[in-house]
Design a protein around this ligand. Sequence first.
Ligand code: NAD
Length: 244
Amino acid sequence: MSQTKTRDVYMVIGGNGFLGRHIVQQLLDRGDIVSVFDIVERYNDVAFYAGDISNQESVASALRSSGTTCIIHTASPHATLNNPALFHKVNVEGTKAVIAAAVETKVRKLVFTSSAGVVFNGEDIMDADERLPFPDVPMDAYNDTKAQAERAVLEANGKGGLLTVALRPAGIFGPGDRQVMSGLYQVYERGQTHFQIGDNTNLFDWTYVGNVAYAHLLAADKLETPPPAPPVSQLEKPPAIADE
Ligand code: NAD
């Protein structure tokens, strides 16, 4: 006998941003119901809820009105802003408010966009995986608050039946980007391209935005049941970190 799977109703928080918009588009393309919660309005093809994630009541009210069963939370201030208080308000307090609103309204799933920067402290990292711990001294306020948000999301797994997952993209590029290419172009326009840091062998991870968005859809789809625990032998293997 075949079983019919219940289809989720999605809310993309930060869905009017670069990555968020790609996630919304991919959900629409596969025929899902999706709404957006954001502080800015940019598109008019899905239900839109204006609000700040640090206001739990706004988030809970939007979740109730939309009948959301799966939240994809991509909202964050730009990493380039020099504003630790804003990072804390949105990333830490805001993410905790999203979790509380999700539990309050009995949302089933929460997918959180973290950042590869949560484990970066300026030292080279190669072949690391999710077992690499957060550094004792975080890189900066942005990455520190992303790490605190990620921890809160993962600790909320199972709370009130909520299933959670966090993804850590590195650099994201592609159509709609408002940070990376404009930053590189400004460097070019200002004639600042004649500096070289390192010996030209430095590596950095970049992922096409469509692939990062797709990873969020896959993570949401796989959140039906918690994954089995990995074998103990794998847990004991220390992550590889490159020598200086
Ligand atoms: P973006 O600025 O284009 O999108 C973020 C969206 O969040 C915006 O639409 C913004 O209005 C919204 N937002 C900000 N504060 C909010 C608040 N208080 N309440 C509600 N909405 C709010 O950024 P992006 O590049 O699409 O990044 C999306 C996510 O991916 C972020 O969480 C970021 O930390 C993470 N990330 C981005 C990169 C990258 O290279 N762009 C790399 C790693 C991780």
